[in-house]
Design a protein around this ligand. Structure first.
Ligand code: HEC
Length: 110
């Protein structure tokens, strides 16, 4: 009996950390071709078939100490660069505000 209790206690964190973590959900949105599709243009460490037309998404915390600046890049890249080929995810309602926050969480962890 005690063994079963201990086993379930050990498994609990595994279930909890599953697909529900914000970073994991953000990663899924970023990789989804019908959602963020960020990897078609950006290199991401550990990503498959990543693109090269855009700067690699690395060391984001160092390069964007102000996370709101990073969010605004995703929300509407044309603010910084009117010629940007990066889709304005917020302005064009490509992603919901919640999805942008999840992608942001993921990108900020890179
Ligand atoms: C069609 C290609 C394309 C797609 C898709 C794309 N981007 Fe970009 N992204 C760019 C380009 C090009 C730049 C370089 C700056 C500019 O032109 O706006 C850029 C710049 C950035 C930057 C700033 C990088 C730096 O070095 O400071 C971030 C952060 C970023 N993109 C995140 C994302 C995220 C997150 C997604 C997905 C939700 C995404 N991008 C999808 C093309 C793209």
């Amino acid at each position: 009996m005690i063994r079963i209790v201990m086993l379930s206690l050990m498994l609990l964190p595994c279930f909890h950390a599953g697909a529900s973590s914000a970073t994991e959900r953000g990663k899924a949105i970023a990789e989804n071709r019908n959602k963020g599709n960020c990897l078609s243009c950006h290199f991401v460490q550990g990503g498959e078939m990543t693109g090269t037309v855009a700067p690699p998404l690395i060391s984001m915390k160092l390069r964007y100490p102000d996370v709101t600046e990073l969010r605004s890049q995703i929300w509407d890249a044309t603010v910084k660069n009117p010629e940007s080929v990066m889709p304005p995810y917020g302005r064009h309602l490509i992603l919901t505000e919640e999805e942008i926050d999840l992608v942001l969480e993921y990108i900020y962890s890179l």
